[in-house]
Design a binder for this molecule. Structure first.
Ligand code: SAH
Length: 344
């Protein structure tokens, strides 16, 4: 049995043909699925025989929302998605004035081992298929009752450690027979797997690439991000420049500010030297404090001071709006507490 969402329209057309069906059935099936009909039996314009064949070969892999936590003002909701094999991933839906965004997971857990991140405790169980990524969006959209128009790949997992499925997802999500969300509305965040950044650049996609930098020098970066032992910051920055050259797209650097660790004036100046002149933007994130470590978030003045130094040097900088703090919305915290509860 295969998840039908792992197929794109051309693949489903070929399947129809190979199985003695008319190709246009593929469009009909997708049209039902993308109109939120997730049971083959309800596809009333398709013959019983064809439906039987479909049922024998495919399941419609929409994850089930097992829990939802809404923030008080309900502009943020965090879902726990149950996948068909019993694994759990999380996603966050955020409602902004300019439209609805979703943060989805690309893997169950993560192998990157960043010290500040709750998703990586316990490593990666497995990677998600492209259809499982689509499914998170589809079920969230149904629950919201509104279209979701922006996607960020910032849930659990390292997208570039699941490169092929993530690239397929980016292409599939764009399909007019599917969710029809343009590449410019997709942000892929990576801890910095350099060769994969280069491969991605060569695909010439129009997505936004976000780099989890979090430190202005290797000495500090290796302390919290094991990937920094494999690729130096200078190699990382070179791959970013290559990406910008190839795609013409502006890169985002994510920098989570930790009190007394990476938030000093000198470190801001170091960061300036590193990225000045690049087509980029810095997103400062007051770190989300998690139980598993004692990292504390920088206070407001420190964040402002850091931002001002970057801005003074002409580097466009925003401070990420903190949403959903009251519902543990950040970074793998929920899946972990849910699994712990389930295992009791
Ligand atoms: N693996 C990818 C994407 C998932 S993490 C990556 O590393 O980019 C999404 C973002 O959340 C990354 O920038 C990550 O560094 C950040 N993050 C993880 N834990 C965090 C925490 N406790 N507080 C703030 N940001 C965190």
């Amino acid at each position: 049995m295969k998840n039908i969402l792992d197929l794109d329209i051309e693949e489903l057309k070929s399947w129809m043909k190979e199985n003695g069906e008319k190709e246009f059935r593929a469009k009909q099936v997708f049209s039902w699925i993308y109109n939120e009909v997730w049971d083959f039996k309800e596809m009333t314009n398709i013959s019983k025989d064809t439906l039987k064949k479909l049922e024998k070969n495919f399941f419609i892999g929409i994850p089930r929302i097992v829990e939802t936590y809404s923030s008080k003002n309900s502009d943020t909701r965090k879902h726990l998605f149950l996948l068909h094999d019993g694994n759990i991933v999380e996603g966050v839906v955020m409602q902004y004035n300019h439209g609805n965004s979703i943060c989805i997971s690309t893997q169950v857990g993560c192998n990157m081992g960043c010290k500040f991140c709750a998703s990586t405790i316990g490593g990666a169980v497995r990677s998600l298929s492209s259809g499982e990524m689509l499914g998170q969006i589809m079920v969230s959209q149904k629950q919201l009752g509104e279209r979701i128009s922006n996607i960020v790949l910032m849930g659990s997992g390292e997208p570039l450690d699941n490169y092929d499925n993530v690239v397929k997802f980016i292409k599939d999500v764009n399909s007019q027979y599917g969710l029809n969300i343009g590449q410019r509305h997709i942000t892929l965040s990576t801890c910095g797997i350099v060769p994969k950044i280069k491969s991605l650049a060569n695909l010439d996609l129009q997505i936004t690439l976000a780099i989890s930098l979090h430190a202005p020098n290797d000495e500090l970066r290796v302390k919290t991000m094991p990937i920094a032992k494999v690729y130096s910051i200078s190699e990382l920055i070179d791959s970013c420049k290559y990406y910008i050259d190839k795609t013409g797209r502006r890169i985002t650097f994510e920098y989570a500010l930790v009190k007394g660790v990476n938030d000093s004036k000198e470190q801001a100046e170091q960061l300036v030297k590193l990225i000045r002149g690049m087509l980029c933007h810095v997103n400062l994130i007051p770190i989300n404090e998690i139980d598993e470590n004692d990292l504390k978030k920088s206070n407001e003045e420190q964040v402002k001071c850091f931002r001002d130094i970057l801005m003074k040097h002409g580097i466009e900088t925003t401070v990420r709006k903190e949403m959903g703090l009251d519902i543990n919305a950040a970074c793998g915290q929920l899946r972990k507490s849910y699994i712990e509860k389930r295992e009791l």
